[in-house]
Design a protein around this ligand. Structure first.
Ligand code: GDG
Length: 471
């Protein structure tokens, strides 16, 4: 049987205590169902390019070390200082250097070398995310003819933004070497199609030859989901645990929750400002709401991240300083990570989930919050219209995170929302989750990659192939 090779920057080696992230959650069902080899960076730095293999069940986990320069140039540099901000529409934060770009290609070559040693002709290769955009190209250069798919977990901005990235004209067309390129939303897929049309003038439904067969790159939309029913059951049990009981006993009134990595895309400073506006405009809720923001640290070596950490600390302190009394503090800002079980219980105990990224590929926290609710007495999801999840979650209270007054008003609306409206919205949201469960996500992508059909694609662009010579 064909194996699935999953390639991503980080690999969730079982029990290795990797930092929580969306990818691990998203791939869980695929790893359960198929024989997989998951390959990527070990998270360690060494000069020897050491590679280790771990096994769990029928799956193998292959992790390779990076050198110090690789880490600086590929990871901290091009991936996180150029691609991450630009793909999240933040040209102002991008810091381009040619050295970082060459480190990025070098690590893609290193991963390709590891992969070709292990690949058999009928294996399927599934590459994840912005760290590895050119991987298919470097694999094709090594003669790999396997089916290779790519999924972008983060947004793809329109060509007006993408073209401001130096060297976009070599990097973005390299996606043409994949058989299938998947996005979270139709909007991202359309942005890619517009880029191809505008920059490469490429008509649809053309093909070019690669190796012995004919290869055509196709574009599809595959919104990432979660394990809805399992998460709901977990939350039902977790809400009765000691931790959740202690939290609820320690607060007067109701709980509002936010859970995000500390990242500027997640909109935490603007969210705190919105909460401040809410508190200023609604004294009737003082003493009756506690906002718990759980924010494990991430990428703290990068300047913008450490500056943001300080700014968020200062704002949380200011809010508590201005509004606390001896019996109540309006917010708790927590930097440590919690177990998945604890998170699920806290989501369920919360009356409001506040998920307001400035831009987000999907946002699994929004989905987890909905999945965790008690359908008899569900909490309300306030969701940024700029999260990919908004395209499936029309029944959430959708907000513009750039408008703190409007987000503040949405908090007031959620707090006062009648049970009947909460139930109606929740049942629509839960139905949307079930329509697109996580198992379907992996299956749909792999089916589309393996068989060439069942592709939920934008018709006009689904058989796009870049003209020979560019890819
Ligand atoms: C990228 C894209 C896309 C968070 N804190 C803790 C913890 N988490 C878990 C959440 C959730 C995951 O991490 C975060 O997922 P998101 O989707 O919200 O965000 P990213 O990490 O930025 O993920 C994103 C995703 O890829 C998948 O395609 O949705 O748009 O940016 O599952 O629960 N988990 C635990 N403790 C924590 O403290 N255990």
């Amino acid at each position: 049987m064909a194996r699935i090779f999953i390639i991503s920057n980080r690999v969730a080696v079982p029990k290795a205590g990797l930092q929580p992230g969306g990818l691990e959650v998203a791939l869980k069902a695929t790893l359960k169902k198929h024989t997989c080899v998951w390959l990527g960076w070990s998270g360690e730095l060494s000069d020897t390019a050491r590679t280790q293999t771990f096994h769990k069940g029928r799956n193998a986990y292959v992790v390779t070390d990076l050198g110090g320069d690789d880490f600086e140039e590929y990871y901290n540099g091009f991936a996180n200082r150029v691609l991450w901000p630009i793909f999240h529409y933040r040209l102002d934060l991008a810091e381009f250097s040619r050295r970082d770009l060459s480190g990025y290609w070098r690590v893609n070559n290193q991963f390709a070398d590891e992969l070709v040693q292990r690949l058999k002709p009928d294996d399927i290769v599934w590459v994840h995310d912005y760290h590895l955009i050119p991987l298919a190209k470097v694999l094709r250069e090594r003669g790999v003819n396997n089916r290779i798919g790519f999924f972008l977990h983060i947004p793809l901005p329109p060509p007006e933004i993408l073209t401001a990235m130096p060297n976009h004209d070599t990097l973005i067309p390299a996606l043409g070497d994949y058989d299938l390129v998947g996005f979270q939303t139709d909007g991202d897929a359309a942005n890619f199609a517009r880029y191809l049309a505008r920059e490469l003038g490429t008509p649809t439904h053309i093909s070019h030859r690669l190796g012995d067969g004919e290869r055509a790159m196709r574009i599809g939309t595959f919104p990432v989901g979660i394990e809805t029913r399992e998460f709901n059951r977990l939350a039902g049990r977790a809400v009765r645990t000691q931790l959740v009981g202690q939290v609820m006993k320690s607060i007067p009134g109701v709980l509002m929750i936010g859970v995000d990595r500390l990242d500027y895309s997640k909109g935490i400073p603007a969210r705190l400002e919105a909460y401040e506006r809410f508190l200023a405009a609604h004294p009737e809720w003082h003493g009756k709401i506690t906002y718990l923001q759980i924010t494990p640290k991430s990428r703290s070596q990068i300047k913008e991240y450490s500056e943001m950490a300080e700014a968020v600390n200062a704002t949380a302190g200011r809010i508590n300083g201005a509004y606390s009394n001896a019996a109540w503090s309006p917010m708790r800002y927590v930097n440590r990570p919690y177990s998945r079980t604890a998170l699920s219980g806290l989501y369920r105990a919360a009356k409001v989930g506040l998920v307001t990224p400035m831009r987000d590929g999907m946002n699994l926290v929004a989905k987890e919050f909905v999945a965790a609710q008690d359908d008899e007495d569900p909490g309300v999801l306030i969701l940024s219209r700029f999260a990919g999840a908004a395209s499936e979650f029309g029944a959430a209270v959708l907000v513009n995170p750039y408008d703190p007054d409007a987000v503040g008003a949405a908090i007031a609306r959620a707090m006062a929302m009648p049970l009947e409206e909460r139930r109606r919205r929740h049942s629509e949201l839960f139905a949307a989750l079930l329509r697109n469960d996580i198992a379907d996500w992996g299956d749909n992508f792999l089916k589309a990659l393996g068989t060439g059909n069942k592709l939920r694609a934008i018709d006009a662009i689904k058989d796009f192939v870049p003209p020979a010579g560019i890819a």
